[in-house]
Design a protein around this ligand. Structure first.
Ligand code: SAM
Ligand code: SF4
Length: 354
């Protein structure tokens, strides 16, 4: 599929024609990644952040947010809970937190790997090559770093660089892949200033980067951020709306472009449509969900945008709710690590170590 066809689908408004897209995406998902939905336990272990992203409530300039950093013991407790719940992966996520010592992080990763059979995914922002290497050696399996938008101009506007010599997210993704990480990225849909051309290029970049995991969610305004406070003209026809339907089209097209990649039904989408957001994503190309394991007292403070879904439920409630939702739509819960079929194919083809 090429640029114009992708863009036509993104702009398509006829529900009958869209039905064809949904069905093709679902059939492709079934053929390439099967009926299993893999569960990744999310641990949001620190909300400290040195960055000034114009979209995110964790940005350093948001002084209204109380900051926390979980202890190694608390993180390990969550990891053991993931094992008890039958999850195959934990995702350790945080702001870009330079108060978090890289050696400490390596020891936490090594302990999780020693004490549990879990795959460990990191989502810690743009870190140095030495740190990324150290964490890989400690046993981390995967790294998530969304490039947010393929438009360099828009990205620079919403994500000011920390230093002039930082390599950029696309370059970091290539580095992570060379280090042997299973590599994930993604975008927000409906960032103020994002055009249909930008979003079309985003989807083509997913394919070009040969990603193992791709997360797509709506941009959700946070009032204590520059983008959340700004009023944007809604009647610009070139502007991408942050609507549920646009996100679902992007998910479905991503499944067609990258058939073997793992695609989560994101919490941001579930925030826009609490009753059916996750189910619709799973029916239109997604095959992963990320139940939250963060202790409630911290979860409330990991406020990247307001009104986040699943903010009041305990880890046990999240597990039960998500498993019931998956079974209700006739899908099965994945057992084991749920490595990306895209990575498996690449390692067979190249003889690389997974
Ligand atoms: N700090 C790390 C980073 O930036 O990669 C990981 C944590 S960050 C909170 C995870 C993701 O949250 C970002 O990649 C971004 O796409 C998403 N996010 C942040 N603010 C958002 C907003 N206002 N609406 C929707 N998604 C948002
Ligand atoms: Fe920090 Fe990540 Fe939020 Fe940017 S998106 S402010 S790096 S937590």
């Amino acid at each position: 599929m090429e640029f114009h066809e992708i863009q036509n689908w993104l702009k398509e408004a006829d529900p009958q024609r869209l039905e064809r897209l949904w069905q093709e995406a679902d059939a492709t998902r079934r053929r390439h990644v099967g009926e299993d939905v893999h569960l990744r336990g999310l641990i949001e272990f620190s909300n400290h952040c040195a960055r000034s992203c114009a979209y995110c409530g964790l940005r350093a300039e948001n002084h209204q947010l109380e900051r926390y950093r979980m202890t190694a013991g608390e993180i390990l407790e969550c990891a053991h809970q993931a094992v008890d719940f039958g999850y195959g992966t934990v995702v350790l996520q945080s702001g870009e937190d330079y108060g978090m010592d890289a050696g400490w992080m390596a020891r936490v990763i090594a302990r999780i790997k020693r004490e549990t059979p879990l795959a460990v995914t990191l989502s810690l922002g743009e870190r140095s090559e030495e740190e990324l290497h150290m964490w890989r050696l400690a046993g981390a399996d995967r790294y998530l770093l969304r490039f947010e938008t393929s438009s360099q101009i828009l990205f620079q506007q919403i994500h000011p660089p920390l230093s002039s010599d930082s390599p950029g997210r696309v370059e970091l993704l290539r580095l992570l892949r060379d280090m042997g990480y299973e590599t994930g990225s993604g975008v927000m849909v409906g960032i103020p200033g994002q055009t249909w051309n930008d979003l079309t290029h985003d989807l083509l970049l997913f394919r070009q980067l040969d990603l193992d995991m791709i997360g797509i969610g709506p941009f959700l305004p946070h009032p204590h951020t520059p983008l959340g406070a700004r009023t944007v003209s809604l009647n610009n026809p070139e502007r991408v709306p942050n609507s549920e339907e646009t996100v679902l089209k992007a998910v479905a097209l991503t499944r067609l472009l990258c058939p073997k990649t793992n695609i989560p039904a994101t919490t941001a989408l579930a925030t826009v449509n609490r009753t059916k957001g996750r189910e619709l994503a799973l029916a239109r190309g997604a095959n992963i969900v990320m139940p939250n394991l963060t202790p409630l007292r911290y979860r409330l403070l990991y406020e990247i945008y307001p009104g986040k879904a699943c903010i009041q439920e305990t880890a046990t409630e999240c597990q039960k709710c998500l498993e019931a939702r998956i079974r209700r739509i006739g899908r099965t819960i994945g057992i084991g690590r749920g490595d990306s079929p895209n990575l498996l194919e690449r390692t067979v083809a190249t003889g690389e170590r997974p």
